[in-house]
Design a protein around this ligand. Structure first.
Ligand SMILES: Nc1ncnc2c1ncn2[C@@H]1O[C@H](COP(=O)(O)OP(=O)(O)OP(=O)(O)O)[C@@H](O)[C@H]1O
Length: 303
C-alpha cells in the first residue's frame, strides 16, 4: 500500500455557529494530484488552512506526512501557495525567491524556480511592481522553493494568462512525475480534468464526490444522444424507453440522457424512432459538477 501524505478524520470547523467544514474524512496517498472542487464558500480554503496547521479544527484529527503540520520537520517538506500572495516590499523577485530558499534544507536553484514560474525576465524587477498574474507566479515559485514533497495550491491559476497556465500545468505534471503530492483548488473544471488523478468535490463543507475525473463524469451525468425527431415522436414515448434518464427538447431537436448510450441507440433503432442527424456525446466535468452540487443542495433544502 502507498504511504499516506494527508489524513483527515471526521474534521469539522465551526465559525460563529456555522459549519464551514462538516465531518470531513479523507486519505490522500503520496504521489497523488488531487483537485478539491466546490462552489464558492464550500469549505475548500478552510480545509487547506487546517491541513497546513494555519487553523485548528473544532473537532477531528489531521495528519500531514504522518505528523503535525506545525512541526518544523513537516514544514520543511511542504510548500503552499494561498489565495493572497504576500509580497515583501523593497525586495526584487530574485531576492524574494532567495529569501524563501533559505528557509529550506534542500531548496531548488534560483534558476530552476525562475524557469518553472516563467519569471526569468522579471528577476530584477521589484516584486511589488509585478502584475497580478506575475505575483501569482511568484507565489508558485515560493511554494516550490523547498522542492516540497507536498505542494498546496489554492486557486493557483487565477489571473494567469494562457501561456503561464500552460507552463504551470507542465510543471505540475513534472512534479507528479517525480512522485510529489499536489493538492490544488480550482474553479476551472478543465484544469481539474487536465491535471488531477483524483477529484474531491465538497459542498456546504461535506464531501459529495470522490473519484478519478472519468469516474466523476460517468457517475453523474452519463451520456447524451441527441437527434432531430420526426413529428410522430413524443416525450412520453421516449421517457417510456428503459435507460432514458431525462428528455430535453429544443424545437424538434431532442436530447436523451442515459448511462448506457450503446444499448439505448440499439433500442431506439429497434423501435423505429424517427431520428435524423444523430449525435452521441459524453457529459463533461462541468455538467457532472453542476449535477452533484444541485443534487446536494436539493437534499439540504438549499434551493
Ligand atoms: N475566518 C472566518 N470567519 C467566519 N467565517 C468564515 C471564515 N473563513 C471562512 N468562513 C466561512 O466558511 C465557509 C467556507 O469558506 P471557505 O473560504 O473555506 O470556502 P471556499 O470553498 O474556499 O470558497 P471560495 O471558492 O469562495 O474560495 C463560508 O461560508 C465562509 O463564509
Amino acid at each position: 500500500m502507498k504511504q499516506l501524505a494527508i489524513q483527515l478524520e471526521n474534521v469539522t470547523k465551526v465559525y460563529k455557529g456555522k459549519k464551514a467544514v462538516d465531518d470531513l474524512s479523507l486519505s490522500i496517498e503520496r504521489g497523488t494530484v488531487l483537485a478539491l472542487l466546490g462552489p464558492n464558500g464550500a469549505g475548500k480554503t478552510t480545509t487547506i488552512s487546517m491541513i497546513l496547521g494555519l487553523q485548528q479544527p473544532t473537532s477531528g484529527k489531521i495528519k500531514l506526512l504522518g505528523g503535525n503540520p506545525r512541526d518544523s520537520e513537516v514544514r520543511n517538506r511542504i510548500g503552499a501557495m494561498l489565495q493572497d500572495v504576500s509580497i515583501i516590499d523593497n525586495l526584487k523577485v530574485s531576492e524574494t525567491i532567495n529569501l524563501f530558499r533559505n528557509y529550506y534544507t534542500n531548496p531548488l536553484s534560483l534558476a530552476e524556480l525562475l524557469r518553472i514560474s516563467g519569471l526569468e525576465n522579471e528577476k530584477n524587477k521589484m516584486a511589488a511592481s509585478l502584475s497580478g498574474g506575475q505575483q501569482r507566479r511568484l507565489g508558485f515559485a515560493l511554494a516550490a522553493a523547498g522542492d516540497p514533497e507536498i505542494i498546496f495550491l489554492d486557486e493557483p491559476t487565477v489571473g494567469m494568462d494562457i501561456s503561464s497556465r500552460q507552463l504551470f500545468w507542465d510543471t505540475i505534471r513534472a512534479m507528479a512525475g517525480k512522485g510529489r503530492t499536489v493538492v490544488l483548488t480550482t474553479h476551472y473544471l478543465e484544469e481539474a480534468d487536465n491535471l488531477a488523478d483524483r477529484i474531491v468535490v465538497i459542498n456546504n463543507g461535506k464531501l459529495i464526490a470522490d473519484g478519478t475525473p472519468s469516474e466523476i463524469k460517468a457517475g453523474t451525468t452519463g451520456r447524451v444522444i441527441s437527434f432531430t425527431a420526426g413529428v410522430s415522436v413524443k416525450s412520453e414515448m421516449l421517457l417510456a424507453i428503459p435507460g432514458v434518464v431525462d428528455v430535453e427538447w429544443s424545437g424538434r431537436r431532442v436530447k436523451l440522457h442515459s448511462n448506457d448510450t450503446d444499448t439505448l441507440i440499439r433500442v431506439l433503432i429497434e423501435k423505429r424512432i424517427e431520428m435524423h442527424d444523430i449525435e452521441i456525446q459524453s457529459g463533461g466535468l462541468e455538467d457532472a459538477f453542476q449535477t452533484l452540487v444541485d443534487n446536494t443542495n436539493v437534499l439540504k433544502g438549499v434551493v
